[in-house]
Design a protein around this ligand. Structure first.
Ligand code: COI
Length: 361
């Protein structure tokens, strides 16, 4: 149920609640949190209510809160960027919120009023704007989240929810930065199944991926590449991003058929590559096709796309004891051009023909 009169109360942190800012040259990812957060609550009688921007603080939750037991939890990842003259921008925030409402629907959670929440996010980022990093390439990562809070153990959709947005200044997601990653093609574990929740940004998908990710990292790889659960041949996505291949001039990414995340960066890359005249295909492709292209010399580039990862070139794939080097282990021309163009649009230093930027304040 929507409450279109949702009022957002503002409780500013007092001077002694303000936190020291971290060293901007060593932010890492998701380790420091800003002074404020946005919260609102839902129940069937009142819909969304008690919306507030308030000091960042711990929650008190009942041990029986249903999120702990049955995992009704969804989230999003977006960023704020500091541009010229200290302007602050968001990138396609409405698309993230629309996707979050789709995740909510899939997980039997309540949808929320998009405009109101976007307004609240803008107010939150405006209030915490000093936290948006000034170091080149660093950003303010934004994590909208919704969890089931009703204390009850019967298995059903909860009747109470908490929605919150927290923010943290971040550097590059991978320690490699823009340097190419090495990716382990996962042949044993799967991330999602047809009819499952692979296209919802729900926390359980990430929990389910940890086993394979930590095994791959223990072997020295940056991440895993998931294959489909049925035939174990079709390429799906990487642990933290969607995946693209440039093969013989064709830019290919798997189609949105329910098992992969409909990435906002994925969509932006498709649009930019089409604008630039590339042959672009959203189609199924098998790991065998990628290996064959590697052997024939037509596998030109591969890169992951995501809010956290931005564009992360793949320098090497490892599949069934075989190593496939891509572009000699270096970032390719298209990956580099996409990275630069996207960042320039996001940071407000280049034109924004698709109106993706939203100014804060
Ligand atoms: C994002 O790219 O924003 C994500 O949510 C991925 C996350 C695993 C860091």
């Amino acid at each position: 149920m929507f409450n279109n009169d949702l009022e957002v109360t503002l409780h500013k942190a007092s001077a002694d609640q303000l936190k020291p800012k971290p060293d901007q040259s060593n932010l890492g990812f998701g380790q420091f949190f800003t002074d404020h957060m946005f919260t609102m609550r839902w129940n069937r009688q009142e819909g969304w209510h008690d919306a507030a921007i308030e000091p960042y603080q711990a929650f008190a939750l009942d041990p029986a809160a249903m999120v702990f037991h049955y995992g009704q939890a969804i989230f999003e990842g977006m960023k704020a960027y500091r541009g010229p003259d200290n302007q602050i921008f968001l990138f396609r925030p409405m698309d993230n919120f629309i996707r979050m409402n789709e995740s909510a629907q899939r997980m039997c959670m309540p949808r929320f009023p998009l405009d109101r929440v976007l307004q609240a996010l803008r107010a939150l980022v405006y209030l915490d704007q000093d936290w948006v990093p000034r170091t080149p390439g660093a950003t303010l990562y934004i994590r909208p989240t919704m969890i089931a809070t009703e204390p009850a153990l019967g298995l059903r959709a909860a009747e109470n929810y908490l929605f919150f947005i927290i923010c943290c200044p971040v550097g590059a997601y991978y320690s490699e930065g823009f340097a190419p990653t090495t990716i382990y093609v996962e042949g044993d574990y799967v991330r999602s199944v047809p009819g499952g929740v692979g296209n919802a940004k729900t926390s359980g998908n990430y929990a389910a991926s940890l086993k394979a990710q930590s095994a791959a990292q223990a072997k020295g790889f940056t991440q895993v590449l998931w294959l489909d659960a049925v035939e174990r041949r079709y390429i799906e996505e990487v642990g933290t991003s969607n995946i693209f291949f440039l093969i013989d001039g064709e830019l290919i990414t798997p189609p949105l058929e329910g098992s992969i995340l409909p990435g906002i960066t994925r969509d932006s890359v498709l649009q930019l590559a089409r604008d630039w005249g590339y042959r672009v295909s959203e189609r199924r492709l098998t790991i065998d096709e990628v290996i064959e292209a590697g052997e024939k010399g037509t596998l030109q580039e591969s890169f992951g796309t995501g809010t956290a990862a931005v564009i992360s070139p793949v320098g090497e794939l490892f599949y069934q004891d075989e190593r496939i080097r891509i572009n000699n282990g270096t970032a390719g021309e298209l990956s580099t051009r996409l990275f630069e163009e996207l960042q320039a649009i996001q940071f407000g230093t280049r034109e924004d023909p698709h109106k993706w930027r939203v100014r804060v304040g």
